[in-house]
Design a protein around this ligand. Sequence first.
Ligand code: LCS
Length: 393
Amino acid sequence: MTNEDSGFNTKLIHAGDVDDQFGSATVPIYQTSTFTFENAEHGAQCFAGERSGYMYTRLANPTIDALERQIAILEHGYGAIAVSSGMAAASTIYLGLLNTGDHIISTDAIYGASRTVMEKQFVRFGFQSTYIDTTDLEEIKKAIRPNTKVLYIETPANPTMGITDLAACSRIAKKHGLVLVVDNTFCSPYLQNPLDLGADIVFHSMTKFINGHADVVAGVIITKEKAHYTQLRTMMTNLGCNMDPHQAYLVIRGLKTLGIRIDRGQDNAQKVAEFLEKHPKIEWVKYPGLSSHPQYELGKQQMRGSGTMISFGLKSGFTGGKVLMNNVHLALLAVSLGGVETLIQHPASMTHSKVSTEDKNNAGITDDLIRLSVGIEDVQDIINDLSQALEII
Ligand code: LCS
C-alpha cells in the first residue's frame, strides 16, 4: 500500500495493487470481456449506477482499473482513462472537448499524427485549428479567437525538443476560459507533472516511457477535475478505444522500472548529447540538458530531468544523416521512442512525413533533423556506434 507521502518509485511498485482472494503479489490479468450478475436486479442496479460492480470490459475491468488508479496517483489527477494507443487518447480528447465551429491552438512541432488527424480528418466535423510555436507566449495570445476552446501543448515537442512554459500557458488559458491539454509523453510523470503547473488534462502515449519495452501500443488520459473525467470516459467507452486487460498487465509490469530506466537513459543521453555537440561533423544539437538549448533555464524549472530524447543536424544535412542511419549497428533504425533500446530515425521522412513540407519547415522539422531516443545500454557502446558511423560520412 502507498499513501500521498510515499516516494515516486514506491508508488511505481505498489500504487495500483489489487486485493484479490489469493493475495496475489502482482496485478492479475482479468482476461474477460464480461462479468456475471447475481440476479436481474443486480445487473439493472449496476447499469443504473446504484451499485458498484464490473459489467463489461469496454466500460471497466479490474486489471485496467489498477493501471488507471496508479497513473492517476503518479500524475496527481482526479482520475485516469486507459486507452488503446496514444492516438486514441488524442482523438478522445479532441472529440470530447470540441464542438463544430470550435477552435484549438496547438504546438506546431507535435507528433505528426496528432496534427494530421485534426487537419485532415476532424476538419470535416468543422473543428478549426491553428499550429504555432508555443515556446513564444506572444504567438499564443495572438492566435486566440472568440471561438477558441482548447490550448494543446506538447513539451518537449516531438521532434524539435522546444520547451513551452506550462505555468504561463495555464495563466493564459484561465484568462481566456480555455482548456489546457498537455501531451506529457516525452517526460512521463517521472520528469514532469503538468497538472501541478495548471493544466486541466494530460495524456501519454504509454507506448513510450511508461511501458518502456517496445512491446505494447497504449495510451492514457488524466484529468484534474471530475467533470472532464466523466466527459472523456463517456466519449472513450462509446468510441470503443478501450485498453485490453493483457495490454494493461504489460504496461503495469513495464511501469515498475520507469524511474530507474529514465535515470539511466538520461545519464546516457547527457553524455551522448555532449559527444555530438563536440563532434566536427555535427552542425547543431537540441537537448534540454545542454546549456545551448534555447529554453535551458525553463527546462530546469519545469522538468525534474532532461530526458532521453535528442535531436541534431549534420553539417552535410540529410545526405550525411542517411549515411549515419544506414551505418549504425547498435542503435535500431526505427520510429517510436522511450524504450530501453537506442533508436534513431528521420522525422521529416518517417514520423512526420504526412505533415506538409511547408508546415514542417515552419515548425522547425527540417530535412537535416535526426532524432535519437537514447536507451539504457552502456553509454560507451552507444557513443562508439555513433562515432564509427560518423567516420564513414
Ligand atoms: N504523442 C507523442 C508525443 C508521440 O510521440 C506519439 C507517438 C503519440 C502521441 C501517439 O502515440 P501512439 O498512438 O503511437 O501510442 N510517437 C511516435 C514517434 O515519435 N515515433 O513513432 C510513434
